[in-house]
Design a protein around this ligand. Structure first.
Ligand code: PLP
Length: 450
């Protein structure tokens, strides 16, 4: 029997009737339904009416190599037929995961040699936190269990990841109590410095605050500091140049592990393969997801150094963590192909060029528009902070920022807001310069219409 084509109305009705969506306001959902797309190619999405959009969300900051890549379809088909999955725990291994981990060891930042493969960024954050605690306790440091992260940060939605997260937008009192043992210190937001300073005339209070917190808590109680290398999951904040050398020295001095969450920033998007490379960060643990399989599969990894591995295995205990689909063969085969594409097509260099061009265009826009208070970003990640008054930095009303997003959408360009007044986007590194010009023409036009 021939399958009957389903209409746009059918999808809308069934979506509203049967799907529970996260981060969605129920009253708006029941009235308007969801944004839906039928297919994608390159950096473009096509909706159910056939209208084409340039995806400045990269399908959730994932699709770095573009949609609709036949070679990835081929690789996954081959792997599915050969061996769909075989578990990676309890003295078992699969070839696809071994190949992926060996490749990751070649390209990871210095000293990251070994990888735990799991399903999502949040899972990977759980693994890293558990590993940090396990590491210290197996080494005999019984009280070294507290985890410090940054205010306004986002690290995922599972119980531990949510407790690492500190941005109120992603949390809700009805979810409490959170997991104990997590502390949050100020984020380096130079445009609105939490310490009331202005860069460069400050004493890098942002880094000092971390040291003060470690000293106050007692370094024998602090297991790790976890953060993104730049804060793309928040309001798109870029660290001042002195931040990372100071933070690395503080963590080393106080024996606090540095866990770098590159779920969002890795895979060429920052203009280097890892954003850690850009800042010269040498993590004890590195978390990656999103770009790892570029939206073609769900996968995440936690990379660790030999030193961490030695600690984890110091007493010959089994690391007590397992997922049925950890190291999924198809996901691993896809991730391997994505790495090859990223390197072969030099997507880091393309992202860096996007960054140079975007900075010029957006700096000019800031000069021309009375509402652009700050321009932030690098590589493909960009953000504009909109203000009602550039002197007082009073935030522009959220409805005005939403209008900009809607105007862009009408013209076929997808960007999003963060908080009330920050516009944010990232166009996949595979975008051509013509794509980027077209995209920024629309953003510029929409901002100037405020
Ligand atoms: N960490 C960061 C920095 C993220 O941006 C995200 C998701 O956006 C996560 C962790 C959680 O990843 P996932 O949504 O795959 O669980």
């Amino acid at each position: 029997m021939e399958k009957q084509a389903k209409t746009k109305e059918w999808y809308k009705e069934m979506d509203i009737a049967h799907v529970l969506h996260g981060m969605t306001v129920p009253s708006i959902f029941h009235k308007s339904g969801s944004l839906m797309y039928d297919r994608g190619y390159g950096i473009r999405l096509v909706d159910l009416d056939g209208k084409v959009y340039m995806d400045g969300m990269m399908g959730g900051a994932c699709c770095t190599v573009g949609y609709g890549r036949e070679e990835i379809g081929e690789v996954s088909k081959e792997q599915m037929i050969r061996l769909s999955h075989y578990p990676n725990f309890g003295h078992r291994a699969n070839l696809a995961e071994i190949e992926l981990c060996a490749k990751l060891a070649e390209i990871a930042p210095a000293k990251i040699e070994r990888f735990y493969t799991t399903n999502s960024g949040s899972d990977a954050v759980e693994v890293a936190v558990k590993a940090a605690r396990f590491y210290w306790k197996e080494k005999g440091k019984k009280n070294k269990s507290k985890i410090i992260s940054l205010e306004h940060s986002y690290h995922g939605s599972t119980a531990i990841a949510m407790s690492v997260t500190a941005e109120p937008f992603w949390l809700h009192p009805s979810l409490e109590p959170y997991v104990p043992g997590f502390l949050h210190v100020g984020m380096p937001i130079c445009y609105r410095c939490p310490w009331g300073k202005s860069y460069p005339g400050c004493n890098r209070e942002c880094a000092q605050a971390l040291e003060e917190m470690i000293e106050k808590e007692g370094e024998d109680t602090v297991a790790a500091f976890i953060t993104e290398p730049m804060w793309v999951a928040s309001g798109l904040y870029v660290p001042p140049p002195e931040y990372w050398p100071k933070v690395a020295a503080i963590c080393k001095k106080h024996n606090v592990l540095m866990i770098i969450d590159e779920v969002l920033t890795g895979f060429g998007k920052s203009g280097t393969f890892w954003c850690s490379d850009l800042y010269g960060i040498k993590p004890d643990m590195l978390i990656s997801s999103k770009g790892l399989a570029a939206a073609y599969a769900a996968i995440a990894v936690v990379g660790i150094t030999d030193e961490i591995y030695k600690g984890l295995t110091a007493r010959d205990a089994m690391f007590p963590h397992v997922h049925t689909y950890g190291g999924h063969c198809v996901s691993c085969a896809i991730a391997l192909e994505v790495i090859e594409i990223t390197l072969r097509e030099k997507l880091m260099e393309k992202a860096a060029k996007q960054g140079e061009y975007s900075l010029k265009r957006l700096t000019r826009l800031k000069e021309e528009s009375p509402y652009v208070g700050d321009v932030r970003g690098l590589g493909v990640h960009w953000g504009l902070e909109l203000v009602a008054d550039k002197k007082t930095k009073e935030p522009l009303a959220s409805s005005r920022a939403t209008e900009v997003v809607s105007r862009c959408y009408e013209k076929g360009v997808i960007i999003v807001t963060f908080g009330d007044n920050i516009l944010r986007w990232g166009l996949a590194p595979v975008a051509t310069m013509e794509d980027l010009k077209e995209f920024l023409d629309v953003v510029e036009w929409s901002v100037k219409a405020i």
